[in-house]
Design a protein around this ligand. Structure first.
Ligand code: SF4
Length: 303
């Protein structure tokens, strides 16, 4: 066959990017409508005066309607999360006897001191009588550091665990936090040294789940049958949201985010060092002006 054919004049990526731009525009409109509500997707806990999980200042910023313009790579990470949800939904639909509800069909809404807290869990599984049985919080593992840390340390990430705990608490049903990693990476040096890994060791694709439970109001999770208790209580999650409400009313940003994990131990890194609000928060330490913090954040996030 003497087929002759020119390449298409179109660019798949250019069309994709136009679509993404429009999706981002629609998303931002939706976010603007949500100003004045608090989000379950930004969950934290206030434990012994330390904020654990999502930074309370970032939750406040969302509450105030401040939005960060995302870079391409951040968009790509979000999109892989959506893709992961679709894969999970399609497989669970075949494996589960009852109904499933995905994003948005089973929202939660509750109030703290007159302010609404809302959220949309990833997946809720219903029984044959359409009664919710348990929920799933899905996370995609993106970096080789996170993959190695999960694979070798077997500990869920603080923010993720508190978010799943929040849903479990407000729905009143058990929750499972699930990680999916689909790459093949070499472990970092700390893991090689700590676990005496052989040359050529690899972290390969995995799924890892942490079922959550509550014991007398204290959060725990299972890993390989071990019951691991945390310092997170049901009250500490409510206290976190109350703190954000108080910050907005008192126009005071409270302390900075702590670097503690759900066991009250140092995570070994400081979230502020990786945060896009760092300059505004550093500057706030000097001037202490709530409005100036917002203005600087809005400026930095629009870049
Ligand atoms: S810089 Fe630190 S305190 Fe400020 S918003 Fe980010 S994590 Fe929170």
């Amino acid at each position: 066959m003497n087929l002759t054919q020119e390449p298409t004049k179109y660019s798949a990526i250019a069309i994709f990017m136009d679509g993404r731009k429009e999706a981002n525009r629609l998303h931002q409109l939706g976010e603007a409508d949500k100003a004045g509500t608090l989000r379950a997707g930004s969950s934290g806990a206030l434990v012994n005066q330390h904020v654990i999980g999502k930074c309370h200042r970032l939750s406040l910023a969302r509450y105030l309607g401040l939005q960060e313009s995302h870079e391409d790579h951040t968009n790509t990470i979000f999109e892989s999360g959506y893709a992961n949800e679709e894969v999970w939904m399609s497989k669970l639909a075949l494996g589960w006897h009852g109904e499933l509800t995905g994003d948005s069909k089973y929202p939660i809404k509750w109030e703290i001191d007159g302010v609404t807290v809302s959220g949309r869990p990833d997946i809720v599984l219903l029984d044959d009588d359409k009664k919710p049985v348990f929920g799933i919080e899905l996370k995609v593992v993106e970096s080789y550091k996170s993959a190695s840390s999960l694979w070798y340390e077997r500990k869920p990430k603080t923010d993720n665990l508190i978010q799943a705990a929040h849903y479990s608490l407000k729905f009143g049903i058990p929750w499972i936090l699930v990680y999916t990693f689909s790459g093949i990476v070499a472990p970092p040096y700390w893991a090689v040294r700590k676990y005496s890994l052989p040359k050529g060791a690899e972290v390969r694709p995995f799924k890892m789940e942490f079922p959550l439970f509550w014991q007398d109001g204290v959060l725990g999770y299972l890993y390989n049958g071990d019951r691991i208790m945390t310092e997170i209580t049901a009250q500490s999650i409510d206290d976190y949201y109350q703190l954000v409400v108080d910050m907005s009313r008192e126009k005071d940003l409270y302390l900075r985010h702590s670097s503690l994990d759900v066991h009250g131990q140092s995570q070994g890194w400081n979230a502020c060092d990786y945060c896009s609000a760092k300059d505004a928060c550093d500057s706030y330490e000097q001037h202490g002006d709530y409005q100036q913090w917002q203005d600087e954040l809005a400026r930095d996030w629009s870049k």
